[in-house]
Design a binder for this molecule. Structure first.
Ligand code: PHE
Length: 353
C-alpha cells in the first residue's frame, strides 16, 4: 500500500466523521475504520503474513493512520458533545427580558371600605368598636331585646335557624340584626368595671358601635339574605334623642363628605326602643337632591332592654341605632343594585380601589 492510499483512508474517515450528525452516526462511522472489521483492523490482520522487515514499516504506517483516525474521531466526538450542550443551554435559556408573572394587587370590597370608614368616624367621636357572633342565641337576637317568642314583631325579621338548641330549648339563629350586640356588649362592659363599681366608683358610659354580617330571609335588588349592619349604642345617665340626632348627623355628614345634608326622624316601631324612629337623610344637591332616603332604624333604649343589660332604667338612659352598610355604600357611590356587591365581578370591584 502506498502512502497515498493510507492518506486517502484517513481522509475518508475524516469525511465520514464530519458528516455524522449524532453520536450514534459517529459510532457507526467509527466501526467502518477502527471497529472489529473496520479497514484499519483488516490491515493489521494482514501484517501476520509479512516479513519482519515489512511488518515494521507497514505496521508503523498503519499505526500512524490509526492514530490520525482516532484523533479525528475524538475531535468529532467533542464537537458533537459541545453542540449538544449548546443546544440544551439554548433550549433552557432564561429570557430575562420577559415580563414576570406578577400577582395583581388586591383591594378592599366597597362594603369593607364603608366599614373601615364608619369605624374611623365613630372612633373619632369616642365610640368603641365591638365584634360579636353571627350565630346567636334566641335570647340575644330577640327575647333580651323585648321581643319574646310569639311576639308579632319577630316576623319582621324572620331568620335562619341553626340545628342546635340553646339552653332554653330554642334553636340558635343567624342573627337578623346587630342589635344582640347591645346586650352582649353591655354585659362585657359592666363586668369590666364591676370591681370599680363595688368600690363606689361610677361606671363609665357605654359608647360603642358593632358592625358585622346579618342574615334575613329576603332576596331582591335591594335585599340580600346576607348583608351588613352597624349597631350604635350610647348609654349613660343623661343621653337624649338630641344626642342621637347630633351623633347621627355628624356621622352622615362625615361619611358622605358634605354638610349639605339633612336628617329627619320618622316615627317607627321596634320592640327594643321606645320611642322608635326611622332615620332619613336628604342631600341638598347631587343626583338624589331633596329625596328623603331611609338609612337607619333607631330609638331610645327600652327599659326592659336596659334591665336585661343589668342596668337600672331609672338611672340609665340612651339610644341605639342600626344602619345597613350596603345601603350607605350604594348611596355613597350611586350603586343601584345590591346584588353587584356579591357577584365578585372585577369590573365592578376594581372601581373602588
Ligand atoms: N335592629 C333594627 C333592624 O335591624 C334596627 C335598630 C337598631 C332599630 C337599633 C333601633 C335600634 O331593623
Amino acid at each position: 500500500m502506498t502512502t497515498q492510499e493510507f492518506d486517502s483512508i484517513v481522509a475518508n474517515a475524516r469525511d465520514a466523521f464530519a458528516t455524522a450528525r449524532t453520536p450514534a452516526e459517529l459510532e457507526n462511522a467509527k466501526a467502518q475504520y477502527v471497529g472489529k472489521s473496520g479497514r484499519i483492523t483488516e490491515l493489521m490482520k494482514g501484517l501476520a503474513a509479512l516479513s519482519v522487515e515489512d511488518k515494521k514499516t507497514r505496521g508503523a504506517a498503519i499505526n500512524q493512520a490509526k492514530q490520525a483516525i482516532e484523533a479525528a474521531l475524538n475531535a468529532r466526538r467533542q464537537a458533537l458533545a459541545d453542540a449538544e450542550l449548546e443546544a440544551q443551554l439554548k433550549a433552557e435559556a432564561l429570557d430575562v427580558s420577559l415580563p414576570g408573572r406578577v400577582r395583581e394587587p388586591g383591594g378592599l370590597h366597597p362594603v369593607s371600605l364603608t366599614l373601615e370608614r364608619i369605624e374611623q368616624i365613630f372612633a373619632s367621636m369616642g365610640f368603641d368598636v365591638a365584634d360579636g357572633p353571627e350565630v346567636e342565641s334566641d335570647w340575644h337576637s330577640f327575647t333580651s331585646l323585648n321581643n319574646p317568642p310569639n311576639h308579632p314583631a319577630r316576623s319582621m325579621q324572620d331568620t335562619f335557624y341553626v340545628d342546635i338548641d340553646g339552653d332554653d330549648g330554642i334553636p340558635y339563629n343567624l342573627r337578623p340584626h346587630t342589635s344582640p350586640m347591645q346586650v352582649r356588649y353591655a354585659h362585657q362592659h359592666i363586668k369590666r368595671y364591676a370591681d370599680g363599681v363595688k368600690r363606689g366608683e361610677t361606671m363609665p358610659e357605654i359608647r360603642v358601635i358593632a358592625p358585622g354580617r346579618t342574615y334575613r330571609v329576603d332576596s331582591d335588588a335591594t335585599h340580600s339574605p346576607m348583608f351588613h349592619q352597624v349597631e350604635g349604642l350610647w348609654i349613660d345617665e343623661d343621653i337624649s334623642f338630641a344626642d342621637l340626632k347630633g351623633v347621627y348627623l355628624n356621622f352622615v355628614r362625615a361619611f358622605f363628605e358634605t354638610d349639605d345634608l339633612q336628617v329627619r326622624f320618622r316615627p317607627s316601631y321596634f320592640p327594643f326602643t321606645e320611642p322608635s324612629a326611622e332615620i332619613d337623610i336628604a342631600f341638598g344637591s347631587g343626583p338624589l337632591n331633596g329625596r328623603w332616603l331611609e338609612v337607619s332604624g333607631a330609638g331610645q333604649v327600652h327599659p326592659t332592654v336596659l334591665r336585661n343589660m343589668g342596668l337600672d332604667p331609672d338611672r340609665y338612659i340612651g339610644f341605639a341605632f342600626g344602619s345597613g352598610l350596603e345601603r350607605l355604600t350604594m348611596l355613597r357611590y350611586g350603586i343601584n343594585d345590591l346584588r353587584l356587591f356579591y357577584e365578585g365581578d372585577l369590573r365592578f370591584l376594581k372601581q373602588f380601589n
